[in-house]
Design a protein around this ligand. Structure first.
Ligand code: HEC
Length: 271
């Protein structure tokens, strides 16, 4: 009985593992967010409605959720809602998926749960800081965290323009054999070694070539606030899941006890 209970508890509490779809893994920067920092969540919400909701929704949460982090109904109405929506309404947006597919090669996904789906705030923080100029892409930008992303760099005026500094990797048998700063050196190496060697251009790091309105520290704060907000809105759902889990355990426990008692009652007559 004890073992059974332990097993049920274990199964019910095992979290669903988040999948991460960032392609080949890149090192993420730490966002260092604080979910108790209500001012950061409020600022993040403001950036979100101003810079992101033209394309993205957060349709599983209501604007009203912000009352839990200190905003009044009036503040929500005046600072966060621009489309005549209701404070108690869901954070849907107006861009039809078909238009997004046409303009950006795919829909802009709903961001309510992105922080959890992508494995946490660090992914979002790093993603927002990893756009760089790439004329070969339809939007003129690429992203080191999300390769060949369809999203334009909507925060470029704040952040400035980043150019990539490339390195040149020599690939042999599917492995990186050597990395060069200059393309010529890599080519020479391949020429010396003959067939089976391939050249691959990789982004080593990014450099700001045209400053934006903010310093890089200030821009980090914007990215951090957005990561805080998006993690916060993914959080109430998490709390809901936990409380549901408790109900499941309770139900299973009561059910097990009843089944056990029934069994005892049943066999009494036979013995
Ligand atoms: C002009 C439209 C547009 C705006 C504005 C925009 N995005 Fe996007 N975003 C997209 C599109 C399109 C994608 C999908 C990219 C793809 O799949 O290649 C995307 C993808 C993302 C993703 C990755 C989602 C995932 O898990 O695949 C995140 C995170 C994101 N956007 C955050 C933001 C944030 C934060 C803002 C505001 C600062 C913002 N976006 C503003 C169009 C936009």
């Amino acid at each position: 009985m004890k073992k059974l209970f332990a097993l049920i508890t274990f199964i019910a509490l095992t979290p669903i593992t988040a999948w991460s779809a960032g392609g080949p893994s890149v090192a993420l920067e730490q966002a260092n967010i604080d979910l108790n920092n209500h001012a950061a969540i409020q600022r993040g919400a403001k950036y979100f409605v101003n810079y992101c909701m033209g394309c993205h929704s957060a349709k599983y949460v209501r604007y009203q959720l912000m009352e839990k982090v200190g905003l009044t109904t009036e503040q929500i109405k005046n600072n966060l809602i621009f489309d005549g929506g209701k404070v108690g309404g869901l954070m849907t947006n107006a861009m039809p998926e078909k238009d997004a597919a046409e303009w950006f090669g795919g829909p802009a996904p709903d961001l309510t749960l992105t922080s959890r789906i992508r494995g946490g705030e660090d992914w979002i923080y790093s993603y927002l800081k990893s756009f760089y100029t790439d004329p070969s892409r339809p939007m003129g930008v690429n992203n080191t965290v999300f390769k060949n992303v369809g999203m334009p760099n909507v925060l470029w005026e704040l952040e400035g323009i980043k150019e990539p500094v490339y390195h040149y990797a020599v690939i042999h048998d599917g492995h990186t054999e050597k990395v060069f700063d200059h393309e010529e050196d890599a080519k020479n190496y391949i020429r010396e070694h003959g067939k089976g060697y391939k050249l691959e251009k990789v982004v080593d790091h990014l450099e700001i070539t045209r400053p934006g309105q903010l310093t890089s520290t200030e821009f980090d704060q914007v990215a951090r606030d957005l990561a805080t907000y998006l993690t916060y809105i993914a959080e109430p759902m998490k709390l809901e899941r936990h409380s549901l889990g408790l109900w499941v355990i309770l139900f299973l426990t009561v059910f097990t006890i009843l089944a056990y008692m029934t069994k005892k009652e049943w066999w009494k007559a036979i013995h």
